[in-house]
Design a binder for this molecule. Structure first.
Ligand code: T5A
Ligand code: NA
Length: 210
């Protein structure tokens, strides 16, 4: 039972896309929309920079430290693993989680450096499977024009082009693709519909899986 008396679980909804595709903006909008409808919902973000693993990731991304490609890959994955049980607890208690980046980011960004795809996927096995993955689709050139990239490690057009290629490889038919070049409001409208359907199907008994 989830404490709301109806046993309904929350939905695990993941937003993916290149840097500057609009994930963070849309996560916030989606959370307030679902809250307004009365659903218990939280906004999550990976990397979660607040943990000690997250601190190491953050200092790597801001170029304050250097790490071997495989080491940083495993840290990103560990950062999801350290949140797995809390995530499961929240979902089973009925809270929907809107998650800004997840395993697909982990795989796409590391594979873009040339690491073997299957090796990159392996540490993600056993994490909770999303109920919905929305890909905010934007050409790397368009993303680069948005507000300008900051100083973080991966915020370079050439690298984002490679990440884009790898996202295309990972893409499966269950992903919902939204054109991230549309206005903020139009992207939001698409997301609202997708999320509402997903939350309903989870409430109606869709099982949580790995
Ligand atoms: N990473 C992450 C890995 O390598 N492995 C992993 O396992 C994980 C989890 C940090 C980096 O780590 C990598 C990926 C990243 O390179 P992050 O902290 O999530 O990841 O940082 P970013 O994704 O780069 O976050 P950004 O803030 O750059 O991008 P968002 O969240 O996609 O975009 P957002 O919403 O902040 O918007 C960016 C700008 O565009 C405007 C916004 O106002 C803002 O200025 N904008 C729009 N403009 C016009 N039309 C629209 N529809 C717009 N939507 C947003
Ligand atoms: Na972001």
């Amino acid at each position: 039972d989830n404490g709301h008396g109806n046993g309904a679980r929350g939905a695990l909804i993941v937003l993916e896309g290149l840097d500057r595709s609009g994930k963070s903006s849309q996560c916030l909008r989606l959370v307030s929309y679902l809250k307004g409808l009365g659903f218990p919902v939280e906004s999550w973000h990976f990397p979660d920079r607040t943990t000690s693993v997250g601190n190491m990731i953050s200092s790597y991304l801001s170029n304050e430290s250097n790490l071997d490609d495989r080491t940083i890959h495993l840290l990103f994955s560990a950062n999801r693993w350290e949140k797995r049980s809390l995530m499961e607890h929240k979902l089973r208690a009925g809270t929907t989680l809107i998650v800004d980046r997840y395993s697909y980011s982990g795989v796409a960004f590391s594979a873009a450096k040339g690491l073997d795809l299957e090796w990159c996927k392996a540490p993600e096995l056993g994490l909770l499977a999303p109920d919905l993955v929305v890909y905010l689709d934007i050409p790397p050139e368009k993303a680069a024009e948005r507000g300008g990239y900051g100083g973080e490690r991966y915020e370079q057009l050439e690298f984002q082009r490679k990440v884009d290629q790898h996202y295309r490889t990972l893409h499966d038919p269950t992903w919902k693709v939204v054109d991230a070049c549309l206005s903020m409001e139009d992207v939001e409208e698409h997301l609202r519909q997708l999320a509402k359907d997903c939350v309903s199907s989870c409430q109606n008994g869709k099982q949580l899986s790995q």
